[in-house]
Design a protein around this ligand. Structure first.
Ligand SMILES: [Zn+2]
Length: 433
């Protein structure tokens, strides 16, 4: 049978131009590199590309507190002195620095996830893709772990206007704490996070006894893993857990956070997944045939993040792409192999025994059985959409046309214009780790 899923891809050409600051592991530039690979592989021909909506303060306040959003809107590196007493209050400073254009960055990545949710609600697509989103650590009142606004929570709230039950799956190496916390008390959202747990690994939450509370009891699912997990072990846990979740929860929409810091040799992560193993999880979720929003997340060895999300874009549109990377202005990043799937070489041992993985899977599946019947949520009055109807917004050009004025979106600036320093940083870090 031919693949017939409609894929909507949300990309703001400016989102890759922001800088967290010298030496900071989070590099929005990775988004420009991915987009360049996606275009040069010709994947844009298999999907609809949208320049996404930009989230307003009003959109952000659907989850976050007004004083926090107002602070993000007003603070700049230049007026920082006037806000010193708020910095620690909102956990802004070291991990989550104030940088030029911070609020615009938040507005872009959040708007893209919200746009994806709206397109799914309106049945304009089967899969919505926003690699700039997935900032799963942000809390209602504060920033955390390089995340300021939680685009995932805001997108899920939008999905809940039309969808009775939303499943959130998180394959970032870090626990999806911000999303879990936001929906800890409800049975309308099930959060399932696979992550490294133990030895004070950030953020320190996500053990298997965090299961939700009140109406949300058994609707938070945590799969704590140890360092060094490889493809075989990860998939051995991922597939049965997600199959059980589908059986017991029966979601009507899925949000998949594809954090790429779970790949081998990540600058901050400690797992040993290959891009193929990571992608296998994405493909598995794709084939569940439920409307799907995929977002990015962590991922701190730039060339591997770019490989991973490019490959996963190809899986979502079901297009086989060559292992040899196409020419892009960033080709030098991928030396010496210049391939999509380089061999995984890691010194990290897999600390997850077969017995441990079986025990954790059993524990999770036993908890899921406590939800004997999927909750039947009565549809209430449907509130207005956050975004204006499609016809009132700017039409998007045909991505194949050479004539259209928005073609400039696809011209990615040469790397050396804004990136020379950070690139070396990345190379150094990999040699260290
Ligand atoms: Zn992460």
């Amino acid at each position: 049978m031919s693949y017939n899923k409609k894929v909507a891809y949300f990309y703001n050409p400016e989102v890759g131009n922001f800088h967290y600051g010298p030496g900071h592991p989070m590099k929005p530039h990775r988004l420009s590199v991915i987009h360049s690979l996606v275009l040069n592989y010709g994947l844009h021909r298999k999907m609809q590309i949208y320049r996404p909506y930009r989230a307003s303060t009003h959109d952000m306040c659907r989850f976050h507190s007004e004083d926090y959003v107002e602070f993000l809107q007003r603070v700049t590196p230049q007026n920082l002195q006037g806000y010193t007493k708020y910095l620690s209050h909102f956990n802004v400073g070291d991990d989550c620095p104030v940088f030029d254009g911070l609020f615009d960055f938040c507005s872009m990545y959040t708007g893209a996830s919200l746009d994806g949710a709206t397109k799914l609600n309106n049945n304009c697509c089967d899969i919505a893709v926003n690699w700039s989103g997935g900032l799963h650590h942000a809390k209602k009142f504060e920033a955390s772990g390089f995340c300021y606004i939680n685009d995932i929570v805001i997108a899920i709230l939008e999905l809940l206007k039309y969808r009775a039950r939303v499943l959130y799956i998180d394959i970032d190496v870090h626990h999806g704490d911000g999303v879990q916390e936001a929906f800890y008390l409800t049975d309308r959202v099930m959060t399932v996070s696979f992550h490294k747990y133990g030895n004070y690994f950030f953020p320190g939450t996500g053990d298997m006894y965090e299961i939700g509370a009140e109406s949300g009891r058994y609707y938070s699912v945590n799969v704590p893993l140890k360092e060094g997990i490889d493809d075989t072990s990860y998939i051995q846990v991922f597939k049965p857990v997600i199959s059980h979740v589908m059986e017991f929860f029966q979601p009507t929409a899925i949000v998949l956070q594809c954090g790429a810091d779970s790949l081998a040799n990540d600058r901050l992560g400690c797992f040993s997944l290959s891009t193929k193993g990571h992608g296998e999880c994405v493909k598995f979720v794709r084939d569940l045939n439920v409307p799907l929003l995929t977002v990015g997340g962590g991922g701190y060895t730039l060339r591997n993040v770019a490989r991973c999300w490019t490959y996963e874009t190809s899986l979502l549109v079901d297009e086989q792409i060559s292992n040899e990377l196409p020419y892009t202005e960033y080709l030098e990043y991928f030396a010496p192999d210049f391939t999509l799937h380089p061999e995984v070489v890691t010194r990290q041992d897999n600390a997850n025994s077969k017995q441990y993985l079986e025990a954790i899977t059993r524990h999770v599946c036993d908890n899921l059985k406590m939800i004997q019947h999927s909750p039947s949520v009565q549809m209430q009055d449907v509130p207005c959409d956050a975004l204006p109807p499609e016809e009132e917004r700017q039409p998007e050009p045909d991505p194949d046309s050479r004539q259209n004025p928005q073609d400039t979106d696809k011209i990615v600036e040469p790397a050396n214009e804004y990136y020379a320093g950070d690139k070396d940083q990345d190379k150094m870090d990999t040699n260290d780790s």
